[in-house]
Each structure stands twice: as structure tokens, then as C-alpha cells.
Design a protein around this ligand. Sequence first.
Ligand code: NOJ
Length: 768
Amino acid sequence: MHTTRQHQTIPYPVIRRRTISRTYTKAGIFFPMIIALLLGLKGCGGPQGQEDKREQFVDSLLSEMTLEEKVGQITLYTSGWTITGPALDSNYRQYIIDGRCGNIFNAHTVAYNLELQRLAVEESRLGIPLLFGYDVIHGHRIIFPIPLGEACSWEPELARRSAALSAKEAAASGLNWTFSPVADLSRDPRWGRIAEGSGEDPLLGARFTAARVRGYQGSDLSDKNTLAACLKHFAVYGAPEAGRDYNTVDLSMRTIREVYLPPYKAAVDAGIATVMSSFNEINGQPATSSRYVEEILRQEWGFDGVLVTDYGAIAELIPHGVATDSAHAGELALEAGVDMDMQSGIYMKHLSDLVKEEKVDEQVIDKAVKRVLRLKYDLGLFEDPYRYLDPEWEKTVVHSQELIDHSVEAGRRSMVLLKNDVVNGSPLLPIKEGPARIAVIGPMADNRIDILGSWHAAGDPEMVVTVSEGLRKQFPDTDIRTAEGCDFYTGDKSGFAEALALAAFSDVVILAIGENYVQSGEAASRSELGLPGVQQELTEAIMKTGKPVVAVIFAGRPLTINWISENVPAVLWAWQPGSRGGDALADVLSGEYNPSGKLTVTFPRNVGQIPIYYSPRNSGRPFNPHDKYTSKYLDVPNEPLYPFGYGIGYSEIAYSNLNLDRNEISFGDSLQVSVTIENRGEYVAEEIVQLYTRDLVGSVTRPVKELKNFQKVPIAPGEQKTVTFSLHSDHLKFYDIDMEFVAEPGEFEVMVGPNSSDLLTARFTLAD
Ligand code: NOJ
């Protein structure tokens, strides 16, 4: 329905800002009473009072809306991107004016979004402001490390800050909603989107996801430095069969609840404003029509925010085989509790008819609309629809120094040193005195795009400091030259000769290799995890020159690097560190920063080991080298190449004196677990001390170890420190045979150490 301007009966109070919008007053509608209601909000006393005001406001607005306008509020369409910037399909413009599209994604920059917001506020009958969503996953214009890399810092506070700064820059660019954080835990590096999560562990995943929510949203959604966050992808998207993106997921409810759900739950507990349903199926139902939306997300966890689909997921209910046609798909999604339709257009096309045919109850639509209106209200959009659209503020914040500084800091904290052998009498790294000549060889040497990683969205390549640029700044007196050697894809070896000549001419070779930014991320599953293209051959050829070589590997996932691990003396996993990756890398290679990251995902030796993770169950035939009939491979060890939690620095850190303050606790009690660490090297270090437990006998089988806590501890050269953890009986809970979340009495192992393999072990009992 298209209502002309003469019929406007605007019932609600956008407080229009004449300073920003000169044409704004032309709507000419001003409702002192309702404005007074809004202005009264601040002083209306207590959260309950505020909530009541919001409900009154939302109800009154809803009561004025036609069915088409309601459906418009639960419709989200994308802006496209042309060479010059975002561009909206002309149909969508008309939909905005007609009140049939209330939300836009992929549109950003103040100038552009201001224009669209004006359409909504001034040209539509009710003038309801638009939400502007975007995938601000690890930075907006200035990019921080990919989330998996950042998790390797084991510092949720770092992630909170990255999210807060991303929100600030994105909100200054006209956005009010980010499709982040990704809580999808994954044990499968074939899946390219492992790059977007925090790794394989539920505890780490939960802490990082919650920190990111707090970072994006702050304590007040209407603050112009914050965004509404979107938890995704609900649920268990990180476990597609065979690691193939979008593929079927088939997990036991025990594994879903115990392993995969905690990061999503942590986001809900942290107050996430919105959730995105995932593409996969869960227990036989596509997530977008799954009973778990209502049962787990809404009822059990109490989430009452907006649930949006992932892209055209409603339409995908048809190929999934649960909907006969698009109308049926829309009906199923709405019934399941999906509030907003991203991009499929199915709600827009069918919901009104479905109501008329009495297949859908209008009240269900109302519920969804109210959730969206509440969100807009919380974002402060009714108070000021141009809140995030201030061109001066955009200029001040975008690309600002605090973002740049944080990109360096987060980049260096996410890198993981995997190997550092002695070459010519001392460890190859750090490169202390600038050598006379450094060769930087590989497709990452001068690269200002792939260092940003997948989903860098509006990330700005012009702001990148490349590997060679970073090294040149760090070693101004060194002759630093680069050669690409090869690309990421092809079999083209024509660059080898130049690369080999450069290596021969140099004192140290930095091999800057790995994956490009589209070789991980969405729709980027791989069945082989070696270095793509001819980078392996390039590496072998360079090693033959006999020069000291440091392999710096940029990737969005673990790769199978057995040869490199055996043959190259120093290996640094740089992930995709973001805009200032070159600076971050130079800090690490020079020793200005002692690498402190540790892996949050297991590195397999080959693809056949996948899924491989640190916390399997023991089986009835655990591996025994003297018994053929135990669980193993004929052609590869069971152990990974690098275990979860692994990473070294420039100082050796020794662990000793694992001590428990008692050997028995009761339910409700805690145990103090302490260990001594000592920095035996010359570098100030930050050691990630990890605590695991094992429930030795349970009513159901239990993992051989589970991370229960960790601390990142600064420690000076020569210093000894006692690190203490409090372990409570609640930390020992799991889903028992009846799916009750309980701890069971009995004996436990507690293990503390620098990674999930090298652990000191003690025992205690949880008494009956
Ligand atoms: C599809 C992706 O799966 C999701 O993560 C993203 O937020 C949406 N597209 C919107 O771009």
C-alpha cells in the first residue's frame, strides 16, 4: 500500500535536527505531546520506567502502522557497491519511501546513508528511520587481525577494544548495526570461516565472544560510538560435514550443548541486541525454521532481541527440502521466530497474503516488528535519526591514530611463533642488529590487500603498511629488497629465478607466504591445506640457497606445513594481521615485541586427521604403540603438528611446582591450584598459563582434557612467579546422561602448562 503525503497521520516523534537536514522540516509534522514523552525519558526514573516508556512508544507507533508498513520494518535489503561507492537498487529506494523496506545493509559513509535516511524519515508516511547494517567483522576502514588470529592473544580485553574501536569508526561512517561477532566454534580448518571465530574451544570462544559484544555495544546503544551487535550464526555453523561451507551439520545434542553453544550463550548473557540464524541445519531442521530458536535462544536463554536471517536463508528453506514454495518458507521462518528477512524479499512478498489467508497470525508479525522498533528506539534513532550521520565526526574518527595504533598492537599480539632454531650459534629470531641485507620473498612481500584477511569489507588498502614497508621502517640501515617469487594460485614459476638471486644476495630471507584473502572466509573451504600454488616449491628452492630463512605465514586457518616445520629454522604464524600488519611483524621480528600468542586451534599434520582437537574422548582403545588394535592411523601419528595452546617466545618459560591447596573438595567449594613459572631468557615475556581438567570416570564419557581457565602473565627476565587459579566444583559440570548440567563426584586430574600437550598433572577428588 502506498499512502500519499496528504494522508500522513504521523503519530510519532522523530525529533528532527534542522542543523543536519535543511529539508527536514518539510514533513512539517511536530507532535509536542509525544516529543515531550521522548524528552521525558531521561528523567523518568529507573530502567523499568524507561522500558515502560519505550513500550508505550512502540505500541503507539505500531497501532498506526498498516500491515505493509509492519512488514517493511522486518525487511532488510542490500545496497550494492559500484566503483565509486554504495548504490541502492532503485526499487529499494521506492520501497523505503513506501514504508516497505525499513532496513538497509552494505550501505555506508555518512553522505550516502544520510541520503537514504532522509528518504525514510522525510519521504515515507511514518518517517521511521532505517537501520544500517554491515559486516564490520574485524575493523571498519582500519582493519585489525582476523578474529581467529586475535583470539590467539588469549586476551578478551584486546578483542573488546578492537570491537569498541571498530564500532566507533563504523558508527562515525553512518552505521548503527554490525553483523558481528561470530561465535561459531570450529574443529575443522577446511572450513574457510574458521578465520572469523575464536577457534576450537568453548571457554575461550565464550570469553572472546562476550568481550566483542561488550566492545561493540558498550553500555548504551544510543551512544554515537557504539553499534548494535549481531551474534552469528545461530547455530553450529562451524561444523559442516567435510568442512564444506553451508553443508549439513549433524552433531549430537550433547556436543552441541557442551561444545558449540557456550559462545552463543555468552553473547546473549552479555546483552547482544540481535542474532543471525545460520545457513545450516540443526538436528534435521534448517536453523532458519528451527525449533531451537524458540526453545533455546528465546525460552531458555531469554533472548528477546531481533533475529535476522543470514542473507536469503528463508528462500533456502526450499532447497533444504522443508518448504514447498516461498510463501511456505516465509510462514515457517516467521513461525520459528525469525523477525527479519534479509534480502530474500519473501516476507515483503507473502506475509500480507498469508495473514489474509489466515495462515499467519498478524500478532506474530507485530511481535517481530516491535523487536525491530525497540532496537531503533534503543539506538536513539527516534530521538535523532541522523545521530550516526555527522560528516564532521566521520572526518574526525575514520582512519584516526588510535585505530592505527591499535592495529599494530592487536597485530603483534595475535602472531604465534611456532619455531625458532639456533642458527650460527644463536636463535635465528629476533633479528637484533639490522643485517646488511634482508630479502623479503613471496606473494605477501609487497601486498596491501591480502594482509587484511577475509571480510575486511570497507577496509582501506591505502592505509596498509606492508611487510616490506614495516621492515624498512624497523631497519632503516638495512638494504631490504623484495621479490614475489610466485602468486597464490598458479603454477607459474617464472619469478623463481629472481627470488633465488635475491636470496643469494642477502644475509637473511623473510619468506612472506600463505593464503590470500579469498582463500579463507565465506565459501572458501579447501580439501587440501598445503600452501596454495607453488609456494611450497618456492620455499624448498629458497632453502637450498643455504641462507637463514624465516617463514612468516599469513593465513586464515591452520595449514599443513610439515615440511616447513621440519626444515625451515624459524616459523612465525602471522594470520592476517590487518592494516598495520607490516609494523606489527617488524616489531615481532626485531624483538621489539616478544611474541606472546598461542594457538586457539589445533594444527593438523594432514587433512586426514581432521577433525582434530585437543579435547577428544578417550575411546575404549586409546592409542598404544605396542598394540595394533588401538585407535590410530597407519600413516600419520595421532598427534597434531602443533597442539592447541601452543606458541613460544624469545624467552624460555619453565613450569614447576604444581600445587593444590587440598586434595578433596565438596560441592560448592573451590580448590586453589598454583604453579611456578620462571622466565629463563633475556626478554620480557607474557606467558599464557593454561589450566585443564579431566573427569576420570563419569556417567558418560568425558574429554581427555578441557580448558577451565587461563591467565596471561607478564614476567621479566630471571623472574619467578606463582600463578594461582581458583577451581570451583561448578567448573566440573557437564551434561550427564539425562542432559542435566551437573558435576559428578569422583576423581579428577588437573593439568597446568604452556599448551595443551606439555602439562604438569595432579589429582583431586570431588567428594560426594
Ligand atoms: C552472509 C554471511 O554468512 C554473513 O556472515 C553475513 O553477515 C551476511 N552474508 C551479510 O553480509
